[in-house]
Design a protein around this ligand. Structure first.
Ligand code: GA4
Length: 332
């Protein structure tokens, strides 16, 4: 990423007025080994759309190993990184998010987790970087996917729906269209300059995640915020030893609106760079998504119509980050 050291470059990007809310909000915490985990998960998904997971069984070394490898990638020259970009949508990207004009103070790698969907840019990436990087990515994705399926099964248990793999089977399916993203938000010292102080720089603009579920792990730099019911933004305290799980649009649809796909964003930091890694669990492209019959007692209660993930994903890629994509599912 080319970090321009003057204000005009920042003005191109999105500056928002800083909010003066108390520093960090409380986030529900789920201990995966606790017998009541399923109850806490369901309540968190209904009330927040987001929760923190501890005792998840993924070794911390596996996460820090990938983080170090990702940093090695991002510390390369711009020209070297650009060989794996621009994203198609997979590959290396800088500042531009999607293809519809969204900008952020971020550079990233976006990968499809299905080995059969290896895009030209991803091929370039792994050809030009040490094998150890690809291995670290694969190992991490394998471990996070396993944890993610456990969480999805606890959700089914908590909702008392059967079979308990009703959600997780879509992620385990060999055709699952899941993806993985590594984001680096460089520190932006200009934010301390008087003319800009009192304003925030958008690292990744507000949006909901289109898939079923997202699992995020970051370093200890703050930046992640979620939108509360009253429309205000609250900061989430970073914790490099935990995962943060959030409900995606498809899960909101399948639970007929009971689980909330939460709007979130990331702000850049003036002194420390933030590195996050997110696994987005998605179904196969031809999977039909609609409210689960067991959660809708009468047809009239169904809030959403049926769409395939392919249809929804195609529409998402035509939208801007902050668009309300879920309204495409609206029945009325
Ligand atoms: C948001 C969630 C994931 O990061 C992502 C993003 C995708 C992209 O960066 O290519 C999108 C965005 C995300 C939703 C709307 C479209 C597509 C950028 C964008 C403007 C990988 C995803 O699946 O949807």
């Amino acid at each position: 990423m080319v970090v321009h050291s003057h204000q005009s470059a920042l003005n191109e990007l999105f500056l928002v007025k800083a909010s003066c809310k108390s520093r960090f909000m409380w986030v529900p915490e789920v201990d995966l080994t606790h017998p009541e985990a399923k109850t806490v998960i369901v309540k968190a998904c209904q009330e927040f759309g987001l929760f923190k997971v501890v005792n998840y069984g993924v070794p911390l070394e596996l996460m820090t190993h990938l983080e170090n490898e990702a940093l090695k990638f991002f510390m390369q020259s711009q020209c070297q990184k650009d060989k794996a970009g621009p994203p198609d949508p997979y590959g290396y990207g800088s500042k531009r998010i999607g293809t519809n004009g969204d900008l952020g103070w971020v550079e990233y790698l976006l990968l499809n987790t299905n080995p059969d969907v290896i895009s030209p840019k991803t091929l370039q990436l792994f050809e030009q970087n040490p094998e150890v990087f690809r291995c670290a990515v694969e190992e991490y994705i394998g471990a996070v996917k396993k944890m993610c399926c456990e969480v999805l099964e606890l959700m089914a248990d908590g909702l008392e729906i059967e079979p308990r793999n009703v959600f997780s089977r879509m992620i385990r399916d060999e055709r699952s269209d899941s993806c993985f993203r590594m984001n680096r938000y460089p520190a932006c010292p200009e934010l301390r300059v008087e003319a800009l102080s009192g304003r925030n720089l958008i690292g990744f603009g507000e949006h909901t995640d289109p898939q079923i579920i997202s699992v995020l792990r970051s370093n200890n730099t703050s930046g992640l915020q979620m939108c509360l019911r009253d429309g205000t933004w609250a900061s989430i305290q970073p914790d490099h030893t935990s995962f943060f799980v959030n409900v995606g649009d498809l899960l909101q649809v399948m639970t007929n609106g009971s689980f909330k796909s939460v709007k979130h964003r990331v702000l850049a930091n003036s002194s420390m760079s933030r590195l996050s890694m997110i696994y987005f669990g998605g179904p196969p492209l031809n999977e039909k998504i609609a409210p689960l019959p067991s959660l809708v007692s009468r047809e009239e209660e169904s809030l959403y119509r049926e769409l395939t993930w392919r249809e929804y994903k195609n529409a998402a890629y035509k939208s801007k980050l902050s668009d309300n994509r879920l309204s495409l599912f609206d029945k009325f």
